[in-house]
Design a protein around this ligand. Sequence first.
Ligand SMILES: NC(=O)c1ccc[n+]([C@@H]2O[C@H](COP(=O)([O-])OP(=O)(O)OC[C@H]3O[C@@H](n4cnc5c(N)ncnc54)[C@H](OP(=O)(O)O)[C@@H]3O)[C@@H](O)[C@H]2O)c1
Length: 330
Amino acid sequence: MKEFDISKRVLLVGATGYIGRHVANILVEQGYKPVCPLRSINPKFAQQMKLSPEQTPIWDLENKSSVNNVFARYPDLCAIISCVASRTGGIRDSWLVDFELNMNILTEAKSFNINNFVLLSAICVQKPMLNFQWAKLTFENKLQSSGLDYTIVRPTAFFKSLAGQIKRVQNGKKFILFDDGTQTSTKPISERDLAFFLVQCINSKTRKNKILSIGGPGPVQTQKDLGDIIFKLLNKSPKYFHMPSNVFKILATLISPLGLISTKMRDKAEFLRIAHYYATESMLFWNKKIKQYSPEETIEVGKDTIENFYKSIIENDKQLVKDKEQKLFE
Ligand SMILES: NC(=O)c1ccc[n+]([C@@H]2O[C@H](COP(=O)([O-])OP(=O)(O)OC[C@H]3O[C@@H](n4cnc5c(N)ncnc54)[C@H](OP(=O)(O)O)[C@@H]3O)[C@@H](O)[C@H]2O)c1
C-alpha cells in the first residue's frame, strides 16, 4: 500500500456521533482534511467543530443520488472512515443504518475507486444474537468481499456506556449488578483512544484487511470492579443491588408475541434482549476454538483509564450524553 497522501481528503461518515466527533477532531489535529457530510438536522455541528461549510456538505445518506453527488464533489477523496450507526438500536433502524446506509457508501467507494475503508463496528458482533449485530456483521462481510482495502475495528465497551450509574450512587442509591457482578468483564476503551486508533488505520499497512478487536489499556474489569472504583472515588462504602439477568429474558419472552402486531413492542422486546446480552456477555475477544472470552487476545490500545474518566466526571460534575446502554439504569 502507498503512503497516504495527507493533502488528500478523508470522508468521515457519522461525524456528528459520539465517536465521530472525536474522529473529526483527531483528523484535524493530525493534519488530515476531513469531509464530514451531515444530515440537515445538525445545523450547529460545523460551527461547534470549527469546520468550514466546504467540509460539511449536507446529504441524505438514505438517498443514493445525494450520496453520489457528495463523492463526485470531492474527487480527491482517498479514504473513508464510517462511524455511522443506528441511534435507537431498533430492529428496522439498525438494518437501515448499520447495513443499508453503509452499503450506500460502499457502492460509491467502489465506483469512485476509493481503496481505503475503515469501519467502526463492535466487539459483540463476534457472538451475534441481536438484529443490530447481524446488521453490522452482514455489512462487515460485504466490505470484506468488496475488493477494497479495509480495516474493521471492533471495540469493547466505551467509557461513557459504563458511567451511567455514577449519578445514582452519588444520590445514595445502590449500584446495580447483574447476578453476582463478576460473570462479565471488559477492558473499557476511551472515546479518544478509539478515535485515534481509527485515524491511524488510514495509514497503517499492518492493519490492512484485518478485523481488529481492541480495548483500552486494561486491566480487565468486571461490573463489580467498576462499581468498587466508583464507591472508592466517592468515598462511600459499597452498596450493591443484585439483579438477576434472567429478568430481561423473561420480560422479552412475555412481550414478544405483541411484536407480531406492533413494531414498537417488537423493538421493546429487542431492547430487553440487548439488555440481557450486555448483562451476560463479556466485551472481550471471543476465542472460538476454546469457546471462551480472552482478555489476552483483546488488543490493548491507548493510555486512558476508566478510573481517571470517572474521576473527571465526579470532579467536574459532568453531564454525559445519554446513550442506549446508560438508559438501562434510569
Ligand atoms: N457504546 C458502546 O460501548 C459501544 C461499544 C462498541 C461499539 N460501539 C459501536 O460504536 C458505534 C458508534 O457509536 P456512537 O456512540 O458514536 O454512535 P452515535 O453517537 O449514536 O452516532 C451515530 C451516528 O450515525 C448517524 N446516523 C444515524 N442514523 C442516521 C441516518 N438515518 N442517516 C444518516 N446518519 C445517521 C448519526 O447522525 P445524526 O447526528 O444526524 O443523527 C451519528 O453521526 C456504534 O456502531 C456502536 O454500536 C458502541
